[in-house]
Design a protein around this ligand. Structure first.
Ligand SMILES: C[S@@+](CC[C@H](N)C(=O)[O-])C[C@H]1O[C@@H](n2cnc3c(N)ncnc32)[C@H](O)[C@@H]1O
Length: 259
């Protein structure tokens, strides 16, 4: 399975983007993160959301500040983001269809990067380029722990692929790097629900089959048994219950020329 950081922009098919959007709609992730970001948002009038995705944080931040720029390279994610902005009647967000480093960006009070794997893979580059664009603060949101809880992959790897799940770096690497640069960031760990809704058991099986690139009928049989034990009915849907934690990291940037 490809790691988060080397996913191409084609990873986000319209169906994957829709599933992500459905999960965000019932998650307390946006509320928990924005609450932790309150001190960073104080006195901010503008925000740049790098890798905005379906707008998990774009939407609540746009309610909080005057204007937001949402940078997002995937057209499938952008479609979901625009739908979320329309649904929430937000007209103070400009969507930019580009990856970090591809677009000329004006300075904003807050630069935010949440769960954007390529940023964390080359965090030094991001920090160097983001600092001049951030008038007041930079905020990062990153996973806590090795990520084994994500889609039950810590359990499913040994069961279906016969090998341990390759653990991911987490926020501590970022924090250590910031510290070595003399940036003593504020950190808050937030716990939240990130349940994944599926319309049918078939949709869930297809999702994991694709995600883990399963090819054998025996793997699909074991996956079916696993999911039958885990998925919970919720109205007309099925839910894969998941609990996750993220680190909300932020710091004030150096004062900028007001021009
Ligand atoms: C896991 S989603 C997270 C979205 C959102 N920030 C959140 O926390 O819900 C990661 C997003 O980053 C985008 N992305 C990937 N590489 C990127 C890059 N180099 N620059 C900007 N965004 C990128 C992806 O297209 C995807 O929408």
């Amino acid at each position: 399975m490809e790691s988060d950081s080397n996913r191409g922009k084609d990873y986000w098919t319209p169906h994957r983007a829709r599933l992500f959007s459905r999960a965000i709609q019932i998650s307390d992730f946006p509320a928990k993160v924005v609450e932790a970001l309150e001190p960073a948002l104080a006195d901010c009038r503008s925000a740049l959301d790098v890798g905005a995705g379906v707008g998990a944080l774009t939407v609540p931040v746009a309610r909080r500040v005057e204007r937001v720029t949402a940078l997002e390279p995937s057209s499938a994610m952008l479609d979901e983001l625009r739908a979320a902005l329309a649904k929430n009647r937000l007209d103070n967000v400009i969507c930019r269809s580009a990856a970090w480093g591809e677009a000329d960006l004006a300075p904003h009070d807050l630069v935010l990067g949440a769960n954007v794997a390529p940023i964390f893979a080359d965090i030094l580059r991001f920090l160097t380029e983001a600092e001049p664009l951030a008038r007041r603060a930079i905020a990062l949101v990153q996973n806590v722990g090795p990520g084994t809880e994500k889609f039950y992959l810590g359990e499913l790897y040994p069961l279906l692929l016969g090998c341990p799940y390759p653990e991911r770096d987490d926020y501590l690497r970022t924090l250590t790097l910031l510290h070595s640069l003399g940036i003593y960031a504020h950190v808050r760990i937030v716990a939240y629900r990130f349940d994944q809704p599926f319309a049918t058991l078939h949709e869930a099986i297809d999702f994991w089959t694709e995600q883990m690139r399963l090819t054998e009928s025996d793997q699909r049989r074991k996956l079916l048994e696993f999911l039958q034990a885990r998925l919970e009915p919720a109205g007309s849907h099925l839910i894969a219950p998941m609990r996750r934690q993220s680190a909300v990291i932020w710091w004030q940037t150096s004062p900028k020329d007001p021009s």
